[in-house]
Structures are given as structure tokens and as C-alpha cells.
Design a protein around this ligand. Structure first.
Ligand code: NDP
Length: 336
């Protein structure tokens, strides 16, 4: 079975490729350039000498028909995992060009390309986000969010017209892209099965240690950021979130097409709620060599603050359909 993974140099996608190769799927992936994918390809070839992994270059997913050549060239692709979407901050572009166009056009390009060239495709999985679902203003406001419960049938009410900053542009881009994909699926009624994976904050190790850079991908930078806080004994309440390990969310990209019952779902899962103080506690507990070098905050405050600041979530329907699942605890994700 051959699986196409778009955005195959990304934090999550590289773990998805790792899971696929471990399970003996053949993998075709896309990257912006050879320079971007070649160090990864070298690592994957060393780890899976018998595995089949090919990278194809797709420099810009907002371009018209961005995926046509790849799909035409590879009639063996039967499963498509579309993970590519702008997930970084600091682009030197208007917000629409930086986020909305690549997210929406990229999603429609892959779906239109499959329609034109890949009738053999049996499953399509698109990486959406919790920010497409949750009312981001109400759920992660830093205020009392204990009354909010996130479920898989929600949509973020945020509209593009309301967007003021890159964070909101990112959230809106994910919602508009998922809506566009679901509308395409309803209108076209293709024969393949369709699901989205809607991750919360994804943390954990990079797939290969030697590719770790000083600046990490955006979601891991949230952990990195607390290590740069000035010393303080105040509770550190930054970024209330719910979170999942990258290896678990990669596994759910695979379960999304392997488990019949997950077809048509919005696969939102999480291991725990967290705030910045939780990351500090884990780091201070496990790395005595950081003593005096990183902030301690207020160790004892964490449970109470998380209880108040983080939304609840109810994703039992997804876990049931997956046949149960044991998540990697946040402590392990942060240590790794
Ligand atoms: P990364 O930034 O590590 O990966 C994104 C990938 O998409 C990269 O390979 C990137 O290439 C590619 N890409 C982005 N924009 C373009 C473009 N315009 N043209 C071509 N390629 C592009 O992020 P993650 O791994 O964290 O994210 C992967 C997916 O998961 C995204 O869809 C993201 O929205 C979603 N997600 C992530 C969460 C998280 O906490 N990490 C949470 C919820 C959803 P390049 O680096 O070369 O730009």
C-alpha cells in the first residue's frame, strides 16, 4: 500500500512517515525543495534500509494544481494524508497570503488533483486542528475556562474578517480549510473515505535528534519558551492548552485510515490539559542540572490553575471508535 504524505518535512509529518515505514507502508512525500528533504531522507534510509520512501518537490501549496504532477506520476498512491499547511509564525507576507491561501488552496488542490488523476484512492485524511473546532477566544483566554467542554462537533466561530493577528489568522485558516474540504466531500461524493485529524498542542521529540535546531517548530517552542522566562516565584500561567504527544497524533493519522469506524470523523484527541507552570515543574523535577538556570514559578499552584484556566474535553467517541488508546503522558513528551 502506498501512502502520500504532503508537507513531509514538518514536525508531525516526519513522525507520520516514521510510523508508516515502521508498519511497512510505501511512502511518497512532498517537500518544498531537495535541500529541505535530503537530510531527512538520509536518516530514514538509515533507520529503515528496507523501507520505500520517495520525496517529490512541491514548492508552494497555494499554487494552482500544486499536487497534479505528483498524483499523475504515482498511480500507486491509494491513501493520501494532507498535513501541509502554514503552522509557523513570522512570515513576511500579508496574513491572507501567509495563512489563508496556502491552507485553503492547498487543501482544495489535493482534493481536485485526486478527483482528476487518482480514482484509485481509497482514503483521504486532512490534518485540521483543535483551533478549527474550539471557540479559541472562549477556550484559551487565560480566564476561567472550567465551564467550557470541547467536543468533536464544534466549529470556531472566528471569521476571517475578525482576524487581527497571526495566531487568529492561523486559527481561521485551519477552520476555512477544513470547511472547504468537508464541502468538497459533500458536493463531490467521491468513493474514498474521508477524515480529519484535529490535534491540540502537539509536543514531543523531533523524529531525529541530529535535526534538532535552536528554534523548534511552533508548538514545541511553547515548551522552549518557558525555559527562557526570567526567575520568578509567581505561578506561570502562560498558554493554557490541551496537549498530545507527537507520536500519538502521528499514530492517529494512521488509525484514521486503518480503522473503518474512524471514517468521516473529526479525530480530536488529547492526553492532558496544561499551562506553562506544568512544563516548568516537569523540567525542574527531571533536570537537576537546570537548577538556578530556569524559572521555578510556583510549583504547588499548577493543579488548581489548570483546573480553572484549561477547558475540559470530551473525545470519548473517538477513543471508543479507535478501540481504546493509551496516551504518552505529558511528562514523557517534555522529557523526550
Ligand atoms: P510544521 O511547520 O513543522 O510543518 C508544516 C509543513 O507544511 C512543513 O513541511 C512546511 O514546509 C509545509 N508547508 C507549510 N506551508 C507551505 C506552503 N505554503 N507550501 C508548501 N509547503 C508548506 O508544522 P506541524 O508539523 O506542527 O504541523 C503540521 C500540520 O498539523 C499543519 O496542518 C498544522 O496546522 C497541524 N497542526 C499542528 C499542531 C501543532 O501543535 N503542531 C496542532 C494542530 C494542528 P516548510 O517548513 O518548508 O515551510
Amino acid at each position: 500500500t502506498t501512502v502520500l504524505v504532503t508537507g513531509g518535512t514538518g514536525f508531525i509529518a516526519t513522525h507520520v512517515i516514521d510510523k508508516l515505514l515502521a508498519k511497512k507502508y510505501n511512502v511518497i512525500s512532498t517537500a518544498r525543495s531537495e535541500a529541505k528533504y535530503s537530510p531527512l531522507l538520509k536518516n530514514f534510509k538509515a533507520k529503515y534500509p528496507e523501507g520505500t520512501l520517495i520525496y517529490e518537490v512541491v514548492p508552494e501549496i497555494s499554487a494552482d494544481n500544486a499536487f497534479d504532477e505528483v498524483l499523475k506520476k504515482h498511480p500507486e498512491i491509494t491513501i493520501v494524508l494532507h498535513t501541509a499547511s502554514p503552522a509557523s509564525f513570522g512570515y513576511d507576507l500579508p496574513l491572507e497570503d501567509a495563512y489563508l491561501k496556502p491552507a485553503v488552496n492547498g487543501t482544495l488542490s489535493i482534493l481536485e488533483g485526486i478527483k482528476k488523476y487518482s480514482p484509485q484512492v481509497t482514503n483521504v485524511v486532512i490534518t485540521s486542528s483543535i483551533v478549527a473546532m474550539a471557540d479559541t477566544k472562549a477556550s484559551f483566554s487565560g480566564q476561567d475556562c472550567s465551564h467550557v467542554t470541547l467536543t468533536t462537533d464544534m466549529w470556531n466561530p472566528l471569521t476571517w474578517e475578525e482576524v487581527k493577528d497571526p495566531m487568529e489568522a492561523y486559527a481561521a485558516s485551519k477552520k476555512y480549510a477544513e470547511k472547504a474540504a468537508r464541502k468538497f466531500y459533500e458536493d463531490e461524493k467521491p468513493s474514498y473515505k474521508f477524515a480529519t485529524v484535529n490535534p491540540p498542542l502537539v509536543v514531543g521529540p523531533q523524529v531525529f535528534d541530529d535535526l534538532v535546531t535552536k528554534q523548534m517548530n511552533s508548538s514545541n517552542e511553547m515548551v522552549n519558551m518557558v525555559t527562557k522566562l526570567p526567575p520568578s516565584t509567581e505561578p506561570q500561567t502562560s498558554f493554557p492548552a490541551i496537549t498530545v504527544d507527537v507520536r500519538d497524533i502521528a499514530e492517529f493519522h494512521v488509525l484514521a485510515f486503518e480503522k473503518e469506524k474512524l471514517a468521516d470523523e473529526r479525530i480530536a484527541v488529547a492526553s492532558s490539559a496544561c499551562i506553562g507552570q506544568r512544563f516548568l515543574n516537569i523540567l525542574n523535577d527531571n533536570f537537576p542540572e537546570l537548577d538556578g538556570k530556569i524559572c521555578k514559578g510556583d510549583y504547588a499552584s499548577v493543579d488548581k490553575l489548570e483546573d480553572k484556566m484549561c477547558p475540559r474535553y470530551d473525545y470519548r467517541n473517538i477513543i471508543e471508535k479507535a478501540g481504546g488508546y493509551d496516551f504518552i503522558p505529558l511528562e514523557t513528551s517534555v522529557i523526550d
